[in-house]
Design a protein around this ligand. Structure first.
Ligand code: M6R
Length: 609
């Protein structure tokens, strides 16, 4: 939540920071702002709403400098307004700060700064840091920030500049991501990789407690104890083109269409279907370790949680390991029974989700083995876990997750088969067959994506509906949940996902003529059961939109609308059946004129609780 960008060098810092913020707008878009030092004065520009408003503001009131910090906000404390927009300054307009996170003791700190109280201009938790730094500032910004952070409780990624020190950016992180991009006679900071990809591939990921002093030629990092640290520089191989729309109207549509490639990338080098071999080399668990796992907890949020629900079926059916799936914000406040024989798998696209990170830390504190399925190299979760399996999806910019979900499913599927192979819980022939089924999925999704306009025709018939139900069973029940999540987050239409067998226990009362029901009815062991559920819904007047396998000749007699997908084996079917649901939500949202890539109230990376 919230994006930070900073630049120091010889170039036009305003342009670089604005361009970087554009890449981070998915992190929040309630307001945006920028601060520069010019002629020993601070200049800030701030605008409510999207970044384009700030860009317009700067066109009318130009500023320029070789040093700048910028911010795109997802509001936590204080409603979206110009006063609450970052950057925030102290009372003398000497120190300016941008911040992502939450300062938990901001009210206490504010009281301690009583003499400045009347000088506070915003309702944010952030502003107090600027006043605190000013209090400690004695011609050494690095020192003033260090002293201030000792008093701060909470989470932060922050960047500070000072009018009297126009050659320095100070930044720090605690429980919120911050990256330093290393250039030639220039350096950068950002909350996330895409903001920097056009400028450098060499990046350092700050660790919790780190504070850094950055000039155009030098970076000094000290840890929480004040000891200088040589943090590793990583080379990031993501293609900057991935962070562009490449001719698609929206990032989300582009990312849906990327799925054949991103699944292939996630499998490449790991899966050899002809030989029935799997190599997940990043996981350093021996055969013995895997045999010793008594149970698995899969913990995640949102779409990643839905991938976790699907993976329960993989781990139980393939590896024969009892698996529970939990929402991270629940798991962390329960008292889950964990011990050294429990494997805790956390799933996170961003690797920065606060609740998932806290769940991981809880698991580690109980001596569990931990494994992350993650998309972002160098993210907090990927660094803190014992083992990490990366989904090679590239940057996902659309706030609604699509390619990350199918990448997670692919990674979890091969992980479960790898465990099965090491535990010998499945015959080799079965492992080979399941690998082959997965291997064919990218081509099948590619085939399906040739006819997406059919889905738009259906979307146009239903885009004025107020409520939708999504039904699925067994491995496609989480897909129904995911379909409903996509629709509500993108189009603001109320949608619920249910296990179809649960309908009779209450939700069936919701059904009337006005209710469209999307049913995942692809070929499976529970196909006959789901057909009965369709009959029950139709008997109450519902309109059915079925997702069915291409060989199904019967379903059109039972459903008003059918979206056919290539036939797959049941275990890989979620990778296929979710794609029409992503597209249905996409088209309904476009038809309603909603902001597809940046739906209201949301942010891509939820780094606060
Ligand atoms: O980065 P993460 O996978 O940890 O994010 C978890 C959720 O916030 C995320 O999956 C969210 O539900 C999706 N963006 C919804 O499409």
């Amino acid at each position: 939540m919230c994006g930070i960008v900073g630049y120091i060098g010889k170039k036009d810092a305003v342009e670089i920071v604005l361009k970087g913020l554009r890449k981070l707008e998915y992190r929040g878009y309630d307001s945006a702002g920028i601060a520069v030092v010019c002629d020993n004065l601070l200049h800030t520009r701030r605008s409510v709403g999207k970044l384009c408003n700030l860009t317009e503001n700067i066109k009318k009131n130009p500023i320029s400098s070789n040093i700048a910090i910028g911010h795109t906000r997802w509001a936590t404390h204080g409603k979206p307004s110009e006063n609450n927009a970052h950057p925030h300054t102290d009372a003398t307009n000497s120190i300016v700060i941008v911040h992502n996170g939450i300062i938990e003791n901001y009210a206490d700190l504010k009281n301690q700064l009583k003499e400045n109280l009347k000088e506070f201009k915003s309702q944010t938790d952030t502003e107090v840091i600027a006043h605190l730094i000013k209090k400690y500032y004695k011609n050494d910004l690095f020192d003033a920030v260090k002293r201030s952070l000792r008093e701060i409780k909470g989470s932060y990624a922050l960047a500070v500049i000072c009018k009297d020190d126009p050659d320095t950016i100070i930044c720090a992180r605690q429980d919120a991501p911050l990256i330093i991009g290393i250039g030639q006679e220039e350096n950068f900071i950002a909350s996330d990789i895409p903001a920097l990809l056009s400028y450098t591939k060499n990046m350092t990921f700050l660790e919790d407690g780190d504070i850094a002093k950055i000039t155009k030629d030098k970076i000094i990092v000290v840890d929480k104890d004040g000891n200088e640290q040589n943090r590793q520089v990583k080379t990031i191989h993501w293609d900057p083109i991935l962070a562009e729309k490449a001719g698609y109207k929206h990032f989300m549509l582009k990312e849906i269409f990327e799925q054949p490639r991103t699944i292939e990338d996630t499998l490449r080098g790991r899966v050899y279907p002809n030989e029935g071999k799997i190599y997940v080399e990043e996981v350093k668990l021996s055969k013995e370790d895997i045999k010793n796992i008594s149970n698995i907890y899969v913990v995640a949020c949102g779409t990643s949680y839905h991938a976790g629900l699907v993976s329960k079926i993989f781990f139980e059916n393939f590896a024969k390991i009892s698996t529970e799936v939990d929402i991270a914000s629940e798991f962390r406040y329960r008292s889950p029974i964990l011990n050294e024989k429990t494997l805790v798998i956390v799933i996170s696209q961003s690797g920065e989700t606060a609740d998932t990170l806290a769940a991981l830390r809880l698991a580690k504190s109980k001596n569990c083995q931990t494994l992350a399925v993650c998309n972002v190299v160098g993210s907090s979760i990927s660094r803190e876990t014992n083992h990490v399996v990366y989904t090679h999806c590239g940057v996902e910019i659309g706030v609604a997750s699509t390619k990350a979900f199918t990448g997670q499913l692919a990674a979890l599927y091969i992980l479960a088969l790898d465990f099965a192979s090491k535990k010998e819980s499945l015959p080799k022939e079965d492992i080979k067959k399941y690998l082959q089924e997965l291997w064919e999925i990218p081509v099948k999704i590619g085939e399906f994506l040739k006819n997406v306009l059919e889905i738009n025709k259906i979307a146009k018939l239903f885009d004025r509906k107020k409520d939708f139900l999504y039904l699925g069973r067994h491995i496609n029940y989480p897909v129904a949940l995911e379909g409903a999540l996509k629709l509500k987050e993108l189009s603001y239409i109320h949608a619920e996902g249910y296990a179809a067998g649960e309908m009779k226990h209450g939700p069936i009362a919701l059904i009337d003529e006005a209710m469209p029901i999307v049913v995942v009815a692809t070929d499976s062991t529970v196909y006959a059961k789901i057909i009965s559920n369709i009959e029950e819904a139709k008997a109450r007047g519902a309109t059915i939109i079925a997702i069915a396998s291409s060989n199904n000749n019967e379903i059109s007699t039972k459903s008003e609308h059918v979206i056919y997908v290539p036939k797959t084996d049941e275990f890989v079917s979620p990778l296929m059946s979710v794609v029409p649901l992503q597209l249905l939500a996409y088209y309904i949202s476009v038809n309603l004129g909603c902001d597809v890539d940046q739906p209201r109230n949301l942010a891509k990376s939820v780094t606060v609780e």
